[in-house]
Design a protein. Structure first.
Length: 115
């Protein structure tokens, strides 16, 4: 999960000078937050698993996870990454997305945590 956050943060700094281009087939922000959260969880699982089983690294299981997430949410990988790049170029939109992902993670943790 940290790797994904580092990549996203680094991408923000790299693409901060690029103006966003509106795409008529934009993905809804609610769907984007779910997909980003699922990608983060998959990345965290993959990172923990390769520490125990290094064959996962050579088999590139993380790519399989990502493809399954895109299929599950019925979105195109290229379209997702294009919209993510556009959102990173606009810090206000990107902050809104990351804040909503953070809130989604908090809600999920509260549901799973016994009181």
């Amino acid at each position: 999960m940290r790797n994904l956050l580092y990549i996203i943060t680094f991408s923000v700094f790299i693409t901060s000078c690029v103006s966003p281009v509106k795409d008529p087939k934009e993905i809804d922000i609610n769907k984007m937050k779910v997909v980003v959260w699922q990608l983060m969880k998959a990345d965290e699982y993959y990172g923990r698993t390769i520490a125990l089983d290094t064959t996962w690294r050579t088999n590139k299981k993380n790519v399989l996870f990502y493809n399954q997430i895109f299929e599950l949410n019925k979105i195109d990988r290229a379209q997702f990454y294009k919209q993510m790049t556009n959102m990173e170029a606009n810090p206000a939109h990107f902050k809104e997305l990351m804040d909503s992902v953070n809130e989604l993670s908090k809600r999920e943790k509260n549901v799973l945590k016994p009181h």
